[in-house]
Design a protein around this ligand. Structure first.
Ligand SMILES: C[S@@+](CC[C@H](N)C(=O)[O-])C[C@H]1O[C@@H](n2cnc3c(N)ncnc32)[C@H](O)[C@@H]1O
Length: 281
């Protein structure tokens, strides 16, 4: 009897979460319906606790009738953890296997999808500069969270992270001194303006927005992990359409295209680093 009650509670909670996500989509156009349920549930429960709400109906009412509240909690629906040269061996492999190929092209277009606060994008800019790719390269850095995009554009990071970032940079095959790429302020560092010259930051939602140009490389790391398999298929489909033939795709260490319905459209360049290349047909 008690078990039945718990089952019913879980079932009702699932229904209420589905209704809430539907309401958010209909009212604001943000589509979290295909996000992994455990992740989205954690974020919702966190918001309910913060706003001192006792049930999902109250949260739904507040979200629907208080636009300001929705935009205040929106950033919390995404996890923004990132770092410079995250997984250094990924960047080392780009340096050794991918950049030498891209370097031969007359112009290079790179898309960082889900760039968060920008550390990943500046890591790429440093890598390209060290490999002599400074002209005819355009980097598009996008995220659906405007607050993190604004931080990315500023390029200001806590000084406390620099020790770890320097270590990552060296392990990624950095050929200079990491300190040359920033100036120190009191408790933060500012990324050198020269690294920004080829970067365009833009708002783009991978679930609801369209194709992003003819890219030679797309880096989308630690984003798909929050999506269901169905949504992963949809977003990788978007990447297939956004990549030019023989374009590269880089995913996060816990992500793969191996089980996705588009897997046959790619070859693996470095499976352990999750670097793939689009086939011609
Ligand atoms: C964990 S961070 C990863 C940052 C960086 N790519 C890295 O690997 O270090 C995930 C980022 O994906 C973004 N994101 C989540 N859903 C998105 C969507 N539908 N469209 C665009 N960006 C999204 C989040 O806002 C967040 O900044």
């Amino acid at each position: 009897m008690k078990g039945q009650c718990v089952d019913q509670q879980v079932e009702n909670e699932e229904i209420e979460i589905s209704l809430l996500l539907e309401a958010i989509y209909l009212k604001y156009g943000y589509d979290f319906r295909g996000y992994a349920r455990a992740h989205i549930k954690r974020r919702i429960m966190h918001q309910m606790a913060l706003a001192d709400l006792s049930n999902l109906s109250e949260l739904q009412h507040k979200i629907l009738y208080d636009r300001g509240f929705f935009y205040k909690i929106l950033p919390d629906f995404s996890i923004n953890v990132t770092e410079m040269f995250r997984d250094p061996s990924f960047y080392m492999t780009l340096r050794r296997e991918v950049i030498p190929i891209l370097k031969k092209y007359p112009a290079i277009k790179i898309w960082h999808a889900g760039c968060s606060t920008g550390e990943e994008v500046y890591s790429m800019a440093i890598l390209l500069q060290e490999e002599g790719v400074t002209d005819n390269v355009q980097i598009y850095a996008t995220d659906f969270n405007e607050a993190v995009l604004a931080q990315a554009q500023q390029g200001i990071y806590p000084i406390s992270s620099i020790k770890e970032y320097t270590y990552n940079y060296q392990r990624a095959g950095g050929s200079g001194s990491f300190a040359d790429y920033y100036t120190s302020q009191i408790d933060s560092v500012k990324i050198d303006a020269s690294l920004k010259k080829n970067i365009v930051f833009a708002d783009h939602n991978l679930v609801t927005d369209g194709v992003f140009g003819e890219m030679n490389m797309i880096i989308c790391r630690n984003v798909l992990i929050y999506f269901t398999r169905k949504l992963q298929n949809q977003v990788i489909g978007l990447f297939v359409d956004s990549l030019c033939p023989r374009g590269f795709l880089g995913l996060g260490s816990k992500e793969t295209i191996r089980f996705c319905e588009h897997a046959h459209k790619f070859e693996s360049i470095a499976e352990e680093e999750k670097i793939y290349r689009k086939l011609i047909k």
